[in-house]
Write a protein that binds this ligand. Structure first.
Ligand SMILES: Nc1ncnc2c1ncn2[C@@H]1O[C@H](COP(=O)(O)OP(=O)(O)OP(=O)(O)O)[C@@H](O)[C@H]1O
Ligand SMILES: [Mg+2]
Length: 726
């Protein structure tokens, strides 16, 4: 093919990266400068010009959606001359690639062939159960913290025996919890998200022959959004690349927003140190946003320290100023957004081109309601995802048990859904058996029945349950996946159960179950899942991929998502809502060094999603988590250049003038009758200084939630805590 075609639509710096000789490269550049575009063209270049076989290329993207897009783009670039599909190339997220490896080498990875993925909610449930079973005090060892502990250790590549307890009793207990949890997962053939990565890493470490094979195969490795890789991902890439691999990473330190989840922006520097003769290429021209938007983003991020430093410029127009809308409250904000979207639509704009971005999922409901009232279709990325809904998880749990009887998480979920008279006492007998004999719940059930450990009625009920699962498996064995799913929903009792649920909620659940059947009907098994059964492939898809997007809507609709999930995307029209002190930046971030800067990077990510028009909203009062609070505009608004922003005033309504002088200090809420207010600085004998972030109850029952510097967040009873107001 004509080489120039591969370089068309690229500037000089981009070309340099795309056409660079084989080697190690860091493409370091700000938002919208074409990093992802460079990566895509580079792959096409490697295949078409360097003559590299597509089977030697691995590309890591941040979402599965991005992976699909990248594959499609490369295919269409290359197929201008010959139509081809890139079967041999591996493109996906770290998780999907690692999962693929584990599937291919399940024996070497010490997993059963039909191992299943445990999502975050299932993980938490399982931990709750295990902590109880092993008599851990819930207050001292909350399940959430256990989850966090375990995932963190795994992200750092550590197994229980590798963790140093420093002679600390508490730490020893956490290590023990990790061990108990891991043993249970291993028996049940379950892997959580962090486990997928760690196990794939260990697979390479423990099986040099396998590592060697993949090293020889994947000579070309490319990673997008590198600033958000964690320790284990970095170690894995390094191991795979070895001395001979060629690695191109692209990233932007200013967009590192997953530090709270273990991502290490230092990996960029580490790459330069570790990879032989790694060369840095910088891109500085932004192609995405108008001048006003870009200048706002640049100025905002200049408030952060320790940046690698980048200048972004654009040849484009200044465009409209960035709008700042001061809403009275969250309802006013939602109404404003929906009315602006209507105007956009009436002016001929596409709904698909509009995005509403928020800091936390809980903000979406009010906006959704306003959109529904205005009859504007929308789609939510993340949030309550389709595959996370209760009824869907129930149905999936039956399917999982059919695929693998040892799946304890699925067993627990459906053993009494719908109710079949199996009480907690019976379950406790089973759970205790799993602990004593180190077996799974399914095995414990067989044992308990076999050894007559249960009262007659319970034994019968359990026996019936096992028969139900076995017969569902048998009867659907030969069916196509959608028929199997439909059959299981109808014959497990789930359908009947939800049919009886009153009102709209029940109807929606039934609709969702039907939607699940359609989802299985439309499901196309990906190329990399050839050796899996349709059912296993679908279950994997449900846990790994589908979280990114709500099922179905085919019409054009407004895109709603958190700022975190907007990374890498772009939209002509963007609304950033809830840009208030205490919400964004969040109160928690104010107390931890480094966190405020991460919040600012998140704001930078948000602003740089916009191509043509950006509006930033804040509400002066907001009801969130059931409490009404007065807010002041975020310091981030204050950090934008005056000449690029403009207060939005609506015709016919009076909006308060946008007042920058009020920006930047801690929000003040009205006094609680106990005399406490949020924002109050306090000193505590043991925990030191902190800020009140929540006030609940009154008089002697007043409870304060306080973010202590370096000590985390605690709830204290106000009149007992002996607090000094500062
Ligand atoms: N040389 C170019 N000429 C015209 N348009 C370009 C050029 N390079 C990139 N673009 C366009 O600019 C936009 C941003 O590109 P891209 O998404 O690759 O940037 P990015 O650096 O990956 O951004 P982010 O940091 O947000 O991930 C895209 O719409 C892309 O098609
Ligand atoms: Mg990108």
């Amino acid at each position: 093919m004509d080489i120039s075609e591969l370089l068309d639509g690229l500037n000089d710096k981009q070309r340099e990266a795309v056409a660079a000789p084989l080697g190690n490269y860091l493409v370091l550049a700000g938002a919208g400068s074409g990093k992802t575009r460079v990566l895509t063209h580079r792959i096409a270049w490697l295949i078409a010009v360097e003559g590299i076989s597509e089977g030697s290329i691995m590309a890591v993207t941040f979402t599965n959606k991005a992976a699909a897009e990248m594959r499609q783009r490369i295919e269409s670039t290359l197929s201008q001359h010959s139509s081809r599909r890139l079967f041999g190339m591996w493109v996906g997220t770290f998780h999907s690639i690692a999962h693929r490896l584990l599937r291919a080498h399940y024996l070497d990875a010490n997993l059963p062939q039909d191992f299943q993925i445990l999502d975050s909610e299932d993980q938490l449930r399982l931990l709750k159960r295990l902590l109880k079973l092993h008599n851990y005090d819930e207050k001292m060892f909350p399940a959430k913290q256990a989850c966090w502990y375990i995932n963190n250790k795994k992200d750092d590549g550590l197994r229980p025996h590798q963790i140093d307890d420093n002679n600390d009793k508490q730490e020893r207990e956490w290590i023990n919890i990790y061990r108990i949890y891991q043993d249970t997962c291993d028996r049940a053939g379950l892997v959580d998200f962090a486990e997928i990565l760690l196990r794939a890493y260990e697979l390479f470490l423990k099986k040099p022959v396998i590592l060697q094979r993949y090293r020889q195969r994947f000579q070309q490795i490319l990673v997008d959004e590198f600033q958000d890789t964690n320790k284990i991902q970095y170690a894995w890439i390094r191991l795979l690349a070895g001395e001979t691999g060629n690695v191109m990473i692209v990233g932007d330190d200013d967009q590192s927003i997953y530090g709270w989840r273990g991502a290490q922006v230092e990996n960029i520097q580490r790459f330069l140190d570790d990879f032989h003769k790694a060369k840095t290429i910088r891109l500085e021209q932004n192609y995405r946003s108008t001048g006003n938007i870009l200048q706002s983003a640049n100025q905002l991020i200049s408030n952060n320290s320790n940046r690698l430093g980048k200048d972004l410029w654009t040849e484009g127009d200044k465009g409209e100023p960035v709008g700042i809308y001061a809403a009275f409250n969250e309802l006013d904000e939602a109404l404003f957004v929906s009315s602006q979207i209507k105007i956009w639509q009436e002016d001929g704009g596409e709904l698909n081109d509009c995005a509403v971005l928020y800091r936390s999922n809980s903000q979406s409901r009010v906006i959704e309601e306003a959109l529904i009232r205005a009859q504007i279709p929308y789609r939510i990325y993340g949030g309550m995802r389709f595959f996370e809904r209760q009824e869907i998880k129930d149905a999936l749990a039956y399917l999982r048990l059919i695929a693998n009887r040892q799946d304890d998480a699925a067993f627990e979920r459906v053993i009494n859904t719908p109710t079949r008279g199996i009480g907690d006492r019976t379950l406790d007998v089973l759970r205790n058996l799993t602990r004593e004999r180190e077996i799974t719940l399914w095995q414990a059930t067989q044992l308990a029945i076999g050894e007559n450990k249960l009262a007659g009625r319970s034994a019968t009920a359990l026996l019936r349950f096992c028969e139900l699962i076995n017969s569902l498996a048998q009867e659907t064995e030969e069916m196509p996946l959608f028929a199997q799913t439909d059959f299981v929903i109808k014959h497990s009792g789930l359908y009947e159960m939800y049919k009886q649920e009153k009102g709209e909620k029940g109807e929606v659940r039934i609709e969702n179950l039907e939607e699940l059947v359609s989802a299985t009907r439309e499901f196309i098994k990906p190329d990399d899942a050839e050796d899996m059964s349709d059912l296993s492939a679908f279950l994997t898809h449900a846990s790994l991929e589908a979280g990114e997007e709500q099922a179905s809507p085919h019409q054009s609709c407004v895109q709603m998502m958190t700022l975190h999930s907007a990374k890498g995307l772009e939209f002509p029209r963007v609304f950033m809502v809830g840009v208030e002190e205490g919400l964004f930046p969040s109160f928690m971030s104010l107390e931890e060094p480094g966190r405020l800067e991460e919040e600012r990077r998140l704001a930078y990510v948000g602003i740089t999603r916009a191509k043509q028009k950006l509006t930033i909203c804040y509400a002066e009062s907001r009801r969130l988590y059931g409490k009404e609070e007065r807010h002041i505009p975020s310091r981030f608004i204050n950090e934008l250049p005056q000449e690029c922003i403009q207060a939005v005033r609506l015709r016919g309504t009076v909006t308060r003038a946008y007042n920058q002088s009020a920006v930047g200090s801690v929000k003040i809420s009205p006094l609680n009758d106990s005399g406490w207010k949020t924002g109050q600085k306090v000193k505590h004998g043991k925990f030191g200084t902190g800020t009140v972030i929540n006030v609940e109850g009154s008089d002697n029952n007043t409870r304060l939630q306080i973010a202590f510097q370096g000590q985390g967040i605690k709830w204290l009873i106000a009149h007992l805590a002996n607090l000094e107001k500062l």
